[in-house]
Design a protein around this ligand. Structure first.
Ligand SMILES: [Zn+2]
Length: 44
């Protein structure tokens, strides 16, 4: 899920998986769909 954060008077979009910041929501959405940072730790 993409989180929004305000910094220096503008809105940024943060990938909650890896913490990357984007200034464009569609960029963040697209990144997060391909983001592999989350590991399914419940699978052994
Ligand atoms: Zn990410």
């Amino acid at each position: 899920m993409v989180a929004t954060t305000e910094r220096d008077g503008s809105t940024w979009y943060e990938c909650e998986e890896c913490g990357l910041l984007f200034d464009d929501r569609s960029d963040a959405d697209q990144h997060e769909r391909n983001c592999d940072a989350e590991e399914p730790s419940y699978i052994q």
